[in-house]
Design a protein around this ligand. Sequence first.
Ligand SMILES: Nc1ncnc2c1ncn2[C@@H]1O[C@H](COP(=O)(O)OP(=O)(O)OP(=O)(O)O)[C@@H](O)[C@H]1O
Ligand SMILES: *[C@@H]1O[C@H](CO)[C@@H](O)[C@H](O)[C@H]1NC(C)=O
Length: 398
Amino acid sequence: MALNNLRQVLNDEAAPVVIGGMVLDINATPSAVANPRTTTPGKVVYALGGVARNVAECMSKLGAKPFMISAVGFDLAGSLLLEHWESDGLSVAGIQRKQDIETAVICHIFDGKGEVAAGVASVEAIEKFLTPEWIHNFKFNICSAPILMVDANLSPAALVACCKMAAECQTSVWFEPVSVTKSKRVASILKYITFTSPNEDELVAMANALSSGDKFLPIQRDCGSVQLSVDSLFQALKPAIWVLLEKGIRVVIVTLGADGLFLCFKHTHGVDKCDLIKNRRSSFSRKLYEAINVSCPPGRILGAPNPKGGYYVAIHFPSLSASVVRLTGAGDCLVGGAVASICAGLDIMQSLAVGIASAKGAVETETNVPAEYELTKISDDAGSVYSGAKVIFCGSKL
Ligand SMILES: Nc1ncnc2c1ncn2[C@@H]1O[C@H](COP(=O)(O)OP(=O)(O)OP(=O)(O)O)[C@@H](O)[C@H]1O
Ligand SMILES: *[C@@H]1O[C@H](CO)[C@@H](O)[C@H](O)[C@H]1NC(C)=O
């Protein structure tokens, strides 16, 4: 009994920490073309969302027990979000709850094609209440965590505060840029970031925020019917990726929607093996480690590393074909799957294969995160992504 309690404490202490938004999404889909100035019949569903919350929920579905730091109120949205968290057996100790907090809510109205036609976001509470002071209460958790995942919903001051706490005890930081506008917050925490996971547009915004003048232009994906090949896409994104790596971010992961992603890093200090990550425990997710280490054998993509290191590598990972129900949550589950895998002891390439397998689950469900993941499915899917991954660049300068 006492021993079990102790184990519980030790496990909690080494939990990965996730800081950022918990949001209630209200998604309205009219059954016919919506008429202005009146209501239209249709479906209105609640979905639990928020980038950080989605990432953490995805991690927990893969066997990790993330420690979430966020803020919600005593309103309906806050109750729905918290109830779900507790019923998943996750700690709510880091989630601030106060009378005067209006829980973040985002309302989307979709058009007939599943694209957002209009939306209203009420998310001030995250910046207002997720303060450096609140986050400071959990310095101990941040210090013992293998990794800290922050989303760009935090205020710049809160971002700096939690990154500094992580840096003091060598906890690696994963920065998820959330949106084109918020991704620019990268500038204040640049030197603390180990991993970042922008999509193409966020990458361009981040590169612009880190250099003078808006040098980088959004990538034109399809010129008429001609689709960019993976190689020309990489050529187009390369200068922006280079800025992020040159400025010190260790690992840049650019998500490409149905085209998968690019993993780019400088091959040095065991970055590929995630050797910089401390306190990695395979206890909570040994099963994940064992299954993936078989379906995605380590070393297959890069082969034996050049011992001198110091060269840059870019690897393309394909996505899996999916029967798309709703695209929301894909990027978040990609991060959740990858972070859970890194914490389980897998290397960055194995971890991204799991991330892509997790993202497939997300696009195939209405909710942001699937109700459950089946380990054999994840492991098979990760295996096919992994075997399709290819080195597209290797050299001294991108
Ligand atoms: N249509 C799709 N089919 C299969 N997989 C997909 C599809 N769209 C996205 N994915 C998977 O999800 C990952 C992340 O998607 P995307 O690049 O759209 O991220 P994002 O823009 O951050 O997503 P989000 O819309 O959730 O914010 C991709 O790398 C891919 O593996
Ligand atoms: C992971 O797989 C590799 C080779 O496929 C093997 O050498 C290694 O021992 C495995 N790791 C563990 C901890 O089982």
